[in-house]
Unconditional design. Structure first.
Length: 202
């Protein structure tokens, strides 16, 4: 059995979107929990088993998974026939895993540091900066419409997500803007927003 601990309009929304894209949302027990939000509202939910009180947390037959990229790998392997990931043995598996890891290791830290106005040579040396993120995306999207080629994948779903929360962080690069528009024009984007609106507390 699959159980997802989710709080609307948070990082776990991209897992809801993935479940919609996979066509398996109705097979998952989605449990709505509260989290501490950036404006100070909310708070840790005692019913949420995540050790840090965060989301997403996926439980499959008693085994807990946390961190979006780990959950995405797990779900796209579990439902490999849907074609949103790259299975073990696929020649593009390494590229797929690299995009997912790049998001968590580079993209999100860079965007958070930039939004917070933090500048330090240690950050630049470790994570690089927003111009390098934009250049890496542009280099791929000048060759293919999506990160993994001609078709939308879970790599696109993850990497595009911060630009939907923080549109001001979107690089002023046409191929990147076009890619964001392609990703967000998919029905799953609207369906995720509708799901979250329907499950917002209060």
């Amino acid at each position: 059995m699959l159980t997802l601990y989710h709080s609307p309009q948070t990082r776990s929304s991209r897992i809801i979107r993935l479940l919609i894209e996979l066509g398996v949302l109705d097979q998952v027990d989605v449990r709505i929990v509260t989290v501490t939000r950036q404006d100070g509202s909310g708070g840790a939910d005692p019913s949420n088993p995540h050790p840090e009180g965060k989301v997403p947390l996926l439980v499959h037959d008693g085994v807990e998974l946390w961190e979006s990229n780990a959950i995405i790998i797990y779900l796209t392997d579990l439902f490999a026939e849907k074609g949103l990931g790259r299975s073990i043995g696929d020649k593009d598996r390494g590229t797929y895993l690299s995009w997912l890891a790049w998001y968590g290791n580079i993209v999100e830290p860079v965007l958070v540091f930039t939004a917070a106005g933090l500048n330090h040579r240690y950050l630049d040396a470790t994570f690089r900066g927003a111009p390098e993120v934009a250049a890496r995306l542009s280099a791929q999207l000048e060759k293919t419409p999506y990160l993994m080629g001609s078709d939308f994948s879970a790599a696109d779903l993850l990497v595009v997500s911060p630009y939907t929360w923080m549109p001001q962080a979107t690089p002023d690069v046409q191929v990147v803007r076009d890619w964001i528009e392609r990703c967000e024009s998919r029905p799953s984007a609207r369906q995720t927003m509708e799901f979250d609106r329907a499950h917002m507390p209060g």
